[in-house]
Design a protein around this ligand. Sequence first.
Ligand code: HEC
Length: 133
Amino acid sequence: MRILGAVMATAAMAGLAGCVAEPDASGATIYADNCAACHGAGGMGDGPMAASLSVSPPDLTGLSARNGGTFPRTYVMSTIDGYTRGIHFAPDMPEFGAGDLGEVVVVENPDGTGTPIPVELIALADYLETLQR
Ligand code: HEC
């Protein structure tokens, strides 16, 4: 019985390892559906809703430029999921973390620890990185 249990556990783990988490939608689609209304189709901060907001949506094509030339991936992802927002942050931008951002995968940090991140948040950050000028 013991051996059989081990074999079954191994088979179950092999099945899990073969399952690669993929986002349901591409970063571009997620952006167009959830962000473009404010930040603009190209990320320039000129979406149709921008004029009616109390705080203008920042130009997302300048995230790297404003961060010394490096794409601020962690900042971007935590801003989107609402994790690091202080109470001074404008309430205009909705938090998406409470919504469904897809399956959560554990991404390895440079120090070897892991951070659980929803796959669609990663896709969105990847897409924003492509918009940097
Ligand atoms: C309802 C309008 C609105 C929507 C929708 C929206 N945002 Fe925002 N976003 C804002 C506003 C306004 C700010 C600036 C808030 C502040 O600085 O207080 C902001 C700030 C940001 C920032 C920080 C930029 C910086 O320069 O510090 C990022 C990154 C961002 N948004 C990404 C996104 C993404 C990605 C989406 C879609 C998932 C999204 N936003 C959807 C209005 C919006």
